[in-house]
Design a protein around this ligand. Structure first.
Ligand SMILES: Nc1ncnc2c1ncn2[C@@H]1O[C@H](COP(=O)(O)OP(=O)(O)O)[C@@H](O)[C@H]1O
Ligand SMILES: [Mg+2]
Length: 456
C-alpha cells in the first residue's frame, strides 16, 4: 500500500512552477479536489512548514474534537446518569483547558444550588449553595442569562463579590448560564486561582455550546423526574381506586346479604302467614259466597308475591351458594334465569367444587349472573350455554351466546358498569377474564383461575 500523500505535499507540488523558486510557497492546500478537510495531520504539516496560523488551527481542531466527544457522551444519556456525566465532563473541561476549578449548579428560589464541583487538589470544592442574599450582583447576572466574567464584568457596587474574589484568591471566573425553554435554569463556571486569563470570545462561544449540551441533559433529567412522579401519583391513584372498588364490592355484598336475609327470613314468612290467614278466612262459613273468589285470588297473589320475594332474595344473595356450593348454585341460577327470561340455558358442570374458597365461588357466581343478564338484555337470542370446569388446579367458567355480539375494543376503553364490576371482581381473586366477541358473531365470556395451595 502506498502511503497517503500529505496534504501539504500536494499543495506544494501543485503550486510549484519553474519560476516559483524565489516566490513564497503557498502553505495552505490548494488542490481542492484532493483536500479532505482540516485534520491534525494537515495542521502538523502546516506547523512544520512554519505557517503562523497552524497552532491556532490545531487548537481549534482539538476543541472541536473535544466538543464532539463531549456531545457523544450525552447522546442518549439515561436521566439517571446525567449528574455523573456532567461531573466527568467538568473534570475533562478543567483538564483540557487547564482550569483550576469548575462547577455546575441549578437556579432555585434560594440561589444557585451547586450540584457538581471539580477542583485541583488543594482547592476546596465550590460552596453547596450560592445564596442570592449573599451575592446579589452575581446572582442577578446569572438570572439575566448572560455570560459574564469576574471580576471584569462586575460593577463597582458588587462589593461582596469583589471581596469574595480577593479573600479566596479567585483571579478569574467565567460563568455560562444554562437555559431551558427560554428560562435560566442554572449555570456552570470555570475558575482560575493560579493565573488570570482573558477568556476570548471564541472560547466563550464554544463553552456556550457545552452549556447547551448540559442544559439539554438537565432538561431530559427534569422531564424524566416529572414523568416518574406523575406516573407514581397516577399509579397511587389507581391503587386507591382499586382498593375503593374492592371495598365497595365487599360492602355491596354485605348489604345484599343483609337485605336478602331479611327478605327471606322475615318478609316471605309474613307473606306465607298472610296467605294462610286468607285461606282460613275464605273457608269461614260466615263469609258471603261472593267474597270467596276474590279471597282465593288474593291468596294465590300472595303466594306469587312470596315466590317473587324469595327469588329476589336469592338473586341478592344466593344462600344456596353457602349451602350447596357453586356447581348447584349455578345450576339453580340457570334454571331460574331460563324460566324468568324464556331463554333456554344449557348448563354443563365438570368436577366438584366442595373445596373452593367462598370469595372464588361468589365471584364466579356473580360474573355468571351478570353475563346471563347481559344475554337477556343485549344478545337477542333464545339460547345460551354455561359451562363450569373445576379441577384441583384450575377453574374455568364459560358463558356463551350466539347473539348480536358487540365491539369489544370500544368496550375495553369504556366498559359499562356490569363489565367493569366483572373485571374488578375477577381481578380481586387473581383470575383472568376474557370476552371474545364482535358484532354479529355472538359472545363468549371466560373466567380462568389457577388454583394453588394458597388459593384454597
Ligand atoms: N352478551 C352480549 N351480547 C351483546 N352485547 C353485549 C353482551 N354483553 C355485553 N354487551 C354489550 O356490552 C355493553 C356493556 O355491558 P355492561 O357493562 O354489562 O353494561 P349494561 O349491561 O348495563 O349495558 C352492553 O351495553 C352491550 O352493548
Ligand atoms: Mg350488564
Amino acid at each position: 500500500m502506498t502511503p497517503k500523500k500529505s496534504h501539504l505535499a500536494i499543495a506544494e507540488s501543485k503550486t510549484s512552477s519553474p519560476n516559483t523558486e524565489t516566490s513564497p510557497k503557498c502553505l495552505l492546500p490548494v488542490a481542492v479536489a484532493e483536500f479532505e478537510g482540516l485534520d491534525m495531520r494537515l495542521c502538523d504539516d502546516l506547523q512544520e512548514a512554519g505557517c503562523p496560523m497552524a497552532s491556532h488551527l490545531k487548537e481549534q481542531l482539538a476543541f472541536e474534537e473535544f466538543l464532539s466527544q463531549l456531545s457523544s457522551v450525552f447522546v442518549n444519556v439515561k436521566p439517571i446518569e446525567v449528574d455523573s456525566r456532567i461531573k466527568s465532563a467538568l473534570q475533562s473541561i478543567a483538564k483540557f483547558l487547564n482550569i483550576d476549578r469548575t462547577g455546575f449548579g441549578e437556579v432555585t428560589s434560594e440561589g444557585l444550588l451547586i450540584l457538581q464541583s471539580y477542583e485541583l487538589p488543594g482547592l476546596s470544592p465550590m460552596p453547596r449553595v450560592i445564596l442570592e442574599q449573599e451575592f446579589p450582583v452575581y446572582m442577578s447576572l446569572i438570572q439575566r442569562g448572560e455570560v459574564f466574567r469576574m471580576p471584569e464584568d462586575l460593577p463597582p457596587e458588587a462589593s461582596r463579590e469583589l471581596d469574595y474574589c480577593s479573600s479566596t484568591g479567585l483571579l478569574s471566573n467565567l460563568t455560562i448560564p444554562l437555559k431551558s425553554m427560554g428560562r435560566v435554569v442554572g449555570g456552570f463556571s470555570l475558575e482560575l486561582y493560579r493565573r488570570r486569563v482573558p477568556w476570548p470570545e471564541e472560547l466563550v462561544h464554544r463553552l456556550c455550546l457545552v452549556g447547551e449540551i448540559f442544559s439539554n441533559a438537565i432538561e431530559r433529567k427534569r422531564t424524566d423526574i416529572e414523568l416518574r412522579s406523575r406516573e407514581a401519583s397516577l399509579s397511587n391513584a389507581h391503587d386507591e381506586l382499586r382498593q375503593l372498588a374492592a371495598k365497595l364490592l365487599h360492602a355491596q355484598e354485605e348489604e345484599r346479604r343483609r337485605i336478602a336475609r331479611e327478605m327471606h327470613d322475615d318478609w316471605t314468612q309474613r307473606l306465607a302467614l298472610l296467605g294462610i290467614d286468607v285461606a282460613r278466612l275464605s273457608n269461614e262459613s260466615e263469609i258471603p259466597a261472593r267474597m270467596r273468589e276474590p279471597l282465593l285470588a288474593m291468596q294465590s297473589e300472595l303466594v306469587r308475591l312470596a315466590e317473587d320475594v324469595h327469588a329476589l332474595s336469592r338473586q341478592l344473595h344466593p344462600s344456596i351458594l353457602d349451602d350447596l356450593g357453586l356447581v348447584e348454585a349455578l345450576r339453580s341460577e340457570c334454571s331460574c334465569f331460563s324460566r324468568r327470561e324464556r331463554i333456554a340455558v344449557e348448563y354443563v358442570a365438570i368436577g366438584g367444587d366442595h373445596e373452593l374458597p367462598k370469595e372464588i365461588s361468589l365471584c364466579i357466581y356473580r360474573v355468571a349472573q351478570e353475563a346471563l343478564r347481559n344475554i337477556a338484555k343485549h344478545a337477542a337470542v333464545a339460547e345460551a350455554k354455561v359451562s363450569l370446569q373445576v379441577s384441583p388446579s384450575r377453574l374455568l367458567l364459560r358463558v356463551e351466546d350466539k347473539g348480536i355480539g358487540f365491539d369489544s375494543e370500544s368496550m375495553r376503553s369504556q366498559p359499562g358498569l356490569g363489565l367493569s364490576s366483572m373485571i374488578e371482581r375477577v381481578r380481586l381473586i387473581g383470575a383472568e377474564l376474557t370476552v371474545l366477541t364482535s358484532p354479529g358473531c355472538g359472545t363468549v365470556l371466560k373466567v380462568l383461575i389457577t388454583i394453588d395451595g394458597s388459593t384454597r
